[in-house]
Design a protein around this ligand. Structure first.
Ligand code: MLT
Length: 408
């Protein structure tokens, strides 16, 4: 008899970005004359080619694979030493003490942020921001931690939701109920908000006090432009005993199609019985993962070279120029807007009290622009909408012109 995991039945519909992709495809099929005009500012997928020095490193690594003397088989499951050391050095340059063997190289931050929950007990109490990157919620639903879906509140009964609203600057407050696992993402996806060093320190102190773990998603740290915004949770005192950090090469170096990321777990981080989370994740990685490809890890190493750093900074500046165009254009068109200063996401209030999905349909049908409905990120995202700065300059400008004009 086939018996499936019935926790999956609790998931609400398909994954947010799959739902959007299906809707856009259906629109294209029913409006073939307009399909070519659609501008996609929905999923945060990069559009600029990978920087030349990184491509060169990839080519060299491909050539090594063609020579018996330099050929590589399975990668070490936790990552090649050369990349883990380069990552640890980058942390050191920010004053964070992270050792190379505390870095776990993977095929991306999405997989890590979805998989990391496997090392926690099934009854672990989960706290998430609201709105939130849907992977944190959905992966914990799949793991049976959600309880029932409450359609009236648009919430799962067992999760602790931490509202991020205009009033609190889209930064969550400490929850009333004590969690075991706290997901935080700064700069934030979807709101583009940041946490200051003192706000983040408050979270670290809180997590240490109640002996909870913070899963800190820093996928967008390269987009920070303001000086007092921390790039890593390890800039805070005490983070080594309470925080796991997840990072990505997708958004800073254009690896969305290449796939590379990493998770940092300090060795001091232990559960209530003194078991290190580092050992659990190492065991999990060794069992279920055969390591990111050598060619890709070499490309990742090139990201840390002076040339790679210069090139990726230029790409980040390119996208942040788009962010400014979107931000300024929406303001000009009379929208209430936030984000876009330390993050490639712009968060706007839908006009005239429209629901997020109604606004999605309106923008797609009237202006042929795709964005992401705020309610797809959680109940407090209702009435909001996300646009990404990862499009090309030309398409971004065109989209903003359409929004300002109110027509194509
Ligand atoms: C997003 O649009 O939220 C992200 O691109 C999704 C992801 O990184 O998986």
């Amino acid at each position: 008899m086939i018996k499936t995991n019935h926790d999956y039945q609790n998931l609400q519909g398909s994954y947010l970005f799959s739902t959007i992709a299906k809707k856009v495809a259906a629109y294209g099929e029913s409006h073939p004359d307009r399909a070519g005009q659609v501008i996609r500012l929905g999923i945060g997928d990069v559009t600029q080619p990978i920087a030349p020095s990184i491509i060169r490193a990839m080519h060299e690594a491909v050539d090594e694979m063609a020579d018996a003397a330099t050929f590589k088989g399975y990668a070490p499951d936790l990552g090649y030493e050369f990349l883990r050391s380069a990552i640890a050095d980058e942390y050191k340059s920010r004053g964070c003490s992270i050792a190379a063997d505390e870095v776990f190289v993977s095929d991306g931050a999405k997989c890590d942020s979805g998989n990391i929950q496997e090392i926690f007990s099934r009854d672990a109490k989960i706290a998430v921001c609201d709105p939130v990157y849907p992977v944190y919620v959905d992966s914990n639903v799949m793991a049976g931690r959600s309880g029932k879906w409450d359609p009236a509140r648009q919430c799962y009964e067992n999760f602790i939701y931490m509202p991020c609203t205009e009033e609190n600057g889209f930064a969550p407050e400490l929850p009333e109920q004590e969690p075991d696992v706290i997901y935080l993402c700064f700069p934030n996806n979807p709101t583009g908000a940041t946490a200051s060093k003192s706000q983040l320190q408050e979270w670290v102190d809180y997590a240490n006090k109640i002996h909870a773990v913070i899963l800190y998603d820093a996928a967008y740290e390269a987009y920070i432009s303001e000086p007092d915004v921390p790039h890593s949770i390890y800039e805070c005192d005490g983070a080594r005993t309470c925080a796991i950090e997840i990072r990505s090469f997708s958004k800073n170096a254009g690896f969305t199609g290449v796939r590379l990321g990493f998770t940092v777990i300090p060795k001091e981080l232990k559960d209530a019985d003194g078991i290190t989370l580092h050992s659990l994740w190492a065991r999990r990685h060794g069992t279920k993962y055969n390591g990111a490809p050598y060619i890709i890890q070499k490309a990742g190493l090139a990201v840390y070279s002076p040339e790679g750093q210069k090139e990726i900074r230029e790409q980040v500046a390119y996208y942040m120029n788009n962010a400014k165009i979107i931000y300024d254009g929406l303001k000009k068109a009379g929208y209430s807007v936030s984000g876009g200063v330390n993050a490639p996401y712009i968060w706007l209030k839908t006009p005239d009290g429209m629901t997020s999905w109604d606004f999605f349909d309106d923008l797609l049908e009237r202006l042929n622009i795709v964005g992401t409905p705020g309610s797809g990120f959680g109940p407090h995202g209702e009435g909001y909408f996300r646009l990404t700065a990862f499009g090309s300059y030309e398409k971004t400008k065109e989209a903003v012109d359409r929004i300002i004009a109110g027509r194509i």
